[in-house]
Design a protein around this ligand. Structure first.
Ligand SMILES: *Cc1c(COP(=O)(O)O)cnc(C)c1O
Length: 378
């Protein structure tokens, strides 16, 4: 793999910064060391398996949203491997019970259907509960506690007589949140499901803990963990995705053209909808190195993608100098929910995936081309 400087990488290109991933992992490992909890990577957010050997040095394993992610964790990390799926297919269950340690069900009907097979394979059976405790505003599509949510069993539908063989309860209710919201959620979990916690071996707090964000309250997280350990003798699992690779990657793009329509417009060789879909879905404004808010610096541009979608806009940003064709721009926080969600819509090329090593040198881990577009169509 040829080494190159950051400035020499082709565009568009996701770059994962090994040093910054490791910094996050050290923070997570501190929580593990101090509390004895276990932390597994939610691969949904970040499945860059080239990094799994590094990640494996610091945390306990992987979790998956279905068979394919579970397989990736099994093949590439090979540590504790968990899976939760809203519903499993019959034909997947042999392989899932072979490669997963914890298999978590979303309903009592799924539990009844597969419990015996999972237990016979010597695997742990878990049940996802829904504490119906919304702690986030604004992002209904990211709130598993919203009314009518399809995730987890609510107290009304909880059936204690079917808990035999279930060794743990799982909840996942947070998204980019601090530990005060976890503490609130735990109060409700105890209030509603407390009577059954002592008969469990473990509890899984799900993901959405923004543990590696600078202002995150880690001591309160650790209190939450030790509270469940001490009060109910439970093993505590966390399964963050974002926190593992938060602020640990970039998307480098080149300006292809500029023109005007009431505002200066720059067309990039990347796309919000194809390469950073959360910019439109969340929505949010990604950080861009060396730029300011619209109007803050002398030259403001509307940055848009190279597709035919009118709404393929990243946002309005300002610069010290006018942009021109060939300029390179570097978006920040592009490791998570980026390469796992990208598409070749409109025939857009997929960004290359590169690694920036601790010595500052970069290498390209994977490049994509026309075949990657064509092979998913028929
Ligand atoms: C999405 C998800 C996670 C990871 O969430 P992050 O916000 O990336 O930390 C963990 N567990 C479950 C069940 C999820 O759906």
């Amino acid at each position: 793999m040829a080494k190159m400087r950051f400035e020499e990488l082709p565009t568009p290109c996701y770059v994962i910064d090994e040093e910054l991933v490791e910094k996050n992992l050290q923070i997570l490992n501190g929580v593990i060391k101090r509390t004895g909890c276990k932390i597994v990577l939610a691969q949904k957010a970040f499945s860059m398996y080239k990094m799994y050997p590094l990640i494996a040095e610091y945390i306990s394993g992987t979790t998956a949203s279905g068979l394919f992610e579970a397989r990736l964790g099994y093949e590439e990390m090979g540590k504790e491997n968990h899976v939760f799926s809203p519903a499993y297919r019959e034909e997947e269950m042999d392989e899932i019970t072979r490669i997963c340690d914890h298999i978590i069900f979303n309903s009592f009907s799924q539990l009844e259907k597969y419990k015996d097979k999972v237990l016979a394979a010597g695997r742990k059976v878990g049940l996802r509960i829904n504490p119906e405790c919304s702690t986030q505003e604004g992002h209904a599509i990211y709130d598993p506690c919203s009314p009518g949510s399809r995730f987890g069993v609510t107290l009304e539908h909880f059936r204690p007589e079917l808990l035999e063989g279930v060794s743990g309860l799982h909840f996942h209710t947070l998204c980019q949140q601090d530990s005060d919201d976890l503490a609130k959620t735990l109060d409700v979990v105890e209030e509603k499901f407390g009577p059954w916690l002592s008969q469990m071996e473990w509890i899984n707090f799900g993901g959405g803990h923004h543990i590696t964000r600078e202002d995150y309250n880690i001591p309160l997280l650790e209190e939450c963990i030790t509270r469940m350990q001490d009060k109910y003798s439970l093993e505590v699992y966390l399964e963050p995705g974002e926190a593992v690779a938060l602020n640990a990657g970039y998307l480098i793009t080149s300006v292809l053209d500029t023109h005007q329509n009431g505002i200066e417009i720059a067309i990039l060789d990347t796309s919000a909808t194809c390469h950073m879909p959360d910019v439109l879905e969340m929505p949010y404004r990604p950080p861009l190195f060396g730029s300011g808010e619209a109007g803050e610096k002398p030259f403001t541009y509307r940055l848009g993608g190279n597709t035919c979608l009118t709404g393929d806009l990243i946002g309005d940003y300002s610069f010290d100098q006018p942009l021109k064709s060939g300029d390179r721009l570097v978006f920040g926080d592009m490791a998570i929910y980026s390469m796992v969600k990208n598409t070749t819509f409109n025939g857009m090329p997929l960004p290359a995936i590169a690694v920036k090593g601790k010595d500052g040198d970069c290498y390209i881990a994977r490049e994509f081309g026309y075949e990657d577009f064509k092979m998913r169509l028929a």
